[in-house]
Design a protein around this ligand. Structure first.
Ligand code: HEC
Ligand code: HEC
Ligand code: HEC
Ligand code: HEC
Ligand code: HEC
Length: 207
């Protein structure tokens, strides 16, 4: 850390933290487990989970599991921008003008659409404004061999979703829940891993 390069922003942050005696608070972002109710019961298990085929009462095969829609179909900016973004209702309506029209929550969603109102999704993850975080920088980071730094394979070489590193298995969640405390220590623990070669200077995350 170099005095001249440290912007006023960080100094005032430090001062504020010192005044409140709350650096410990900064190191313990308390969102883990946060799982707000949403205006529409949108289940990732159903939209993004793996299919499970079963015979229904009439002996016909029906999918009682998920439809395996890729994360980026809806979170279109994950590899392209700072925010992954939550989809607009238009994305849902690509399918829901014709499917699920007998389902309570699909009809509720259609009411928003017909009124021309966006669905007021409640933010689940939310870093303080003084922290800089960029999805695309993480998901596109490559090592010397050209392999993604955020793991896409487990120890046995099976494919894993890179989103898991920070969000867990969202496709298995009925309601999205914050998996870890997104505090400074957590960011730094990963940044300090030798294979990550990620920045640890204050200005990287506080600019
Ligand atoms: C069909 C569209 C769709 C697909 C596919 C989808 N999501 Fe979502 N996702 C949403 C919507 C809508 C929300 C906002 C409502 C909510 O939080 O449940 C959301 C919320 C989230 C959030 C929380 C956002 C916040 O406010 O912090 C995360 C994290 C997330 N999704 C990750 C994923 C991952 C990882 C996958 C793939 C395994 C995925 N999503 C697949 C539509 C989708
Ligand atoms: C290295 C950790 C990390 C990885 C990997 C990651 N995320 Fe996130 N994600 C975050 C953080 C941190 C936030 C909170 C950002 C904020 O509040 O500004 C977040 C927020 C989100 C949000 C809320 C809206 C937004 O963009 O701020 C969505 C949706 C989301 N992530 C989806 C995904 C998806 C889909 C993937 C995989 C393609 C993914 N994330 C991979 C750390 C990660
Ligand atoms: C690629 C097509 C596709 C997209 C895009 C899509 N869905 Fe679905 N959705 C389906 C299918 C197929 C079903 C199952 C319908 C049925 O069971 O009759 C479904 C079922 C649902 C249900 C029914 C309740 C449940 O969980 O079983 C809800 C609610 C829902 N979707 C919400 C959404 C929302 C919100 C979005 C946009 C963020 C979205 N869907 C985007 C295909 C899609
Ligand atoms: C799972 C590991 C991991 C976690 C967790 C993680 N990062 Fe990173 N971060 C990386 C990698 C890998 C890079 C890219 C290093 C490179 O190749 O340059 C990176 C790069 C960055 C950069 C520099 C690139 C840019 O966007 O300007 C910033 C800033 C950053 N991370 C912020 C954060 C913050 C803030 C958090 C916590 C909320 C966080 N990271 C959590 C692995 C991680
Ligand atoms: C890899 C990213 C990263 C780096 C590098 C980093 N920080 Fe942070 N910092 C964070 C995150 C994330 C938070 C927010 C934690 C929370 O929300 O609880 C934070 C919070 C803070 C806070 C606020 C504490 C409070 O009480 O709210 C201060 C002060 C701070 N950082 C100073 C620093 C200084 C000084 C450095 C350099 C030595 C540094 N940070 C390096 C990610 C980082």
């Amino acid at each position: 850390m170099n005095g001249r390069r440290m912007p006023v922003r960080i100094l005032s942050l430090l001062l504020a933290a010192g005044l409140a005696g709350s650096l410990a608070y900064g190191l313990s972002n308390a969102r883990k487990g946060y799982e707000p109710r949403q205006p529409i019961l949108f289940r990732h298990t159903r939209m993004a989970g793996v299919p499970v085929w079963q015979k229904d009462a009439k002996g016909e095969m029906v999918n009682v599991g998920g439809f395996g829609i890729p994360c980026v179909y809806c979170h279109t900016m994950a590899y392209k921008g700072r925010h992954s973004t939550v989809p607009s209702t238009a994305v849902c309506m690509n399918c829901h003008t014709s499917v699920g029209l007998n389902k309570e929550w699909v009809l509720k969603m259609k009411e928003y659409w017909d009124r021309g109102e966006p669905i007021p999704w409640v933010k689940v993850h939310d870093l303080p404004d003084f922290v800089y975080y960029d999805h695309s920088a993480h998901l596109n980071a490559k090592d010397e061999k050209g392999e993604p730094k955020i793991p896409v394979k487990d120890a046995e070489g099976r494919r894993i979703n890179p989103c898991e590193a920070c969000h867990g298995k969202v496709e298995q969640e009925e309601i999205v829940r914050v998996q870890v405390n997104f505090n400074m220590q957590w960011c730094l623990d990963c940044h300090r891993k030798p294979e990550m070669k990620a920045p640890t200077d204050c200005v990287a995350c506080h600019r």
